[in-house]
Structures are given as structure tokens and as C-alpha cells.
Write a protein that binds this ligand. Structure first.
Ligand code: PGA
Length: 238
């Protein structure tokens, strides 16, 4: 299974306009692209621009969310079909920053169905809070998010395990905890599904995390905004 390195730009990325095709070669070394799959998820307005600028560079583009409906009176929302129209192949769904805003497992499941309908691969995010981890509930919480968020009839999808307390904090789960959690998720989702780790992945810890059993890639926030850091992570992955 090929490793998938995903950059989640969140609500950043004015640099999208400045990345010329050569910029992609800096951000994602050509050599690394031969061995790993690379996915960039910019804010909606930059998707088309990045798709066009990265054309024929083996870099996939994804959205950071989508609405469950195909179209209609949903001011401010974007459908999975629209993302696909703009060149996206993937969509991140159920990120903890969205779950914190009230998104439920049922919402995430509806969005995953929308992604399948549009021919996109959803990256379904799950993860426990610090309180849940300290209470010994990390595995059961993630299991319940997975069973509630993944449709029964699922096409190909990716799971991203992101402990909420590790996102943007500089704190990383221990390799032993990542190994346990990914083994647990593996039992739930089967051998064919890629399982990413996310939460403060940086050039200094990427190689160890990516070498852990059942870690098939990474979802990277902060470090994906820095070309040199992202390049170093893709090199560590390859
Ligand atoms: P981080 O974010 O790498 O900045 O911790 C990861 C994410 O939220 O996907």
C-alpha cells in the first residue's frame, strides 16, 4: 500500500496564488513523488488554481469539507460534486475542528456518502480528546466514531486518526499509543484501507511515525504550510 502524505492547509493558503509549477517541485521533491502519494487540501477558492498549477505532477488535490447534498439552498456550502468539478479527488471529512463546531457522526456519514456519490475518496477523521484518553476511553471513542461515521456501503475511503489534543499543539502521541490505536482501527476497517496519523507531524518525528505498523501516511496541518518542512516530511516518507 502506498503511503499518502496529505497537507491540510486549513484556513490558510494565500500562497496558492504564488505557487508556480516549479514551486511544487520544491514542496514535493520529484523523487519523493515516485514513492508516495501526495495530496494537498487548500481552502475551497484555491482548489482549481492548485489543480491547474500542479497538473501532471502526480499531486492530488482535495477539499477540507463538503455538504451532504448535491445542490440547493445551502448558503455558503460546497457540494462534493463541485469539488470534483474543480479537480479534487479527495475530501477531508469530520475533522475535529468541525466536530468541535457541532458536526456529529451522522453528519460525517452523510458527507462520506456524498463523497462516494461524487466519485471522491473521503478522508474520515477520528480522534479522542485528552479527557477521553486520560479516562482510558481512547480506543472505545475512536471505535464509536468509526462505526457512526463510515457508511455501511462504503467505496474506497481513508481514515485519519488525529488525537484532538495533538492537533496544532506540538504534542504527539507516543509511538506505542499510535501503534495500539492503528492496530485497533485496522481491525475495524480491514486490510485495504489506508490509515493516516495526524497531529503535530513535523520533519523531526515523521520518519518514526511513518515507520509504525499500520500507519499508511500522515495528515499534516501546520508543517504543510512551510515548503521546506513539507518537503522534508515527504522525503522521510519515501
Ligand atoms: P497539525 O494539524 O499538523 O497542525 O497538528 C493536523 C490536522 O489538524 O490535520
Amino acid at each position: 500500500m502506498r503511503t499518502l502524505i496529505t497537507g491540510n492547509w486549513k484556513m490558510n493558503g494565500e500562497q496558492a496564488w504564488t505557487i508556480k509549477p516549479a514551486g511544487f517541485d520544491k514542496m514535493v521533491p520529484i523523487q519523493a513523488r515516485k514513492h508516495v502519494d501526495i495530496l494537498l487540501c487548500p481552502p475551497f477558492p484555491y482548489i482549481r488554481e492548485l489543480f491547474v498549477a500542479s497538473a501532471s505532477r502526480n499531486i492530488a488535490i482535495g477539499g477540507q469539507d463538503c455538504h451532504a447534498s448535491e445542490q440547493g439552498a445551502h448558503t455558503g456550502e460546497v457540494s462534493a460534486e463541485m469539488l470534483a468539478d474543480c479537480g479534487a479527488d479527495y475530501v477531508i471529512i469530520g475533522h475535529s475542528e468541525r466536530r468541535a463546531g457541532g458536526e456529529t457522526d451522522a453528519d460525517v456519514q452523510a458527507k462520506a456518502k456524498a463523497a462516494f456519490r461524487a466519485g471522491l475518496t473521503p478522508i474520515i477523521c477520528v480522534g479522542e480528546t485528552l479527557e477521553q484518553r486520560e479516562a482510558g476511553e481512547a480506543l472505545s471513542e475512536v471505535e464509536s466514531q468509526i462505526s457512526g461515521s463510515i457508511p455501511d456501503q462504503a467505496d474506497s475511503f481513508v481514515v485519519a486518526y488525529e488525537p484532538v489534543w495533538a492537533i496544532g499543539t506540538g504534542k504527539v502521541a507516543s509511538i506505542a499509543d499510535i501503534k495500539d490505536m492503528h492496530a485497533h482501527i485496522r481491525e475495524l476497517v480491514g486490510a485495504e484501507t489506508r490509515i493516516l496519523y495526524g497531529g503535530s507531524v513535523k520533519p523531526g518525528n515523521a520518519a518514526d511515525i511513518l515507520a509504525t505498523d499500520n500507519v499508511n501516511g500522515a495528515l499534516i496541518g501546520g508543517a504543510s504550510l512551510n515548503m521546506a518542512d513539507f518537503a522534508a516530511i515527504t522525503r522521510a516518507a519515501s
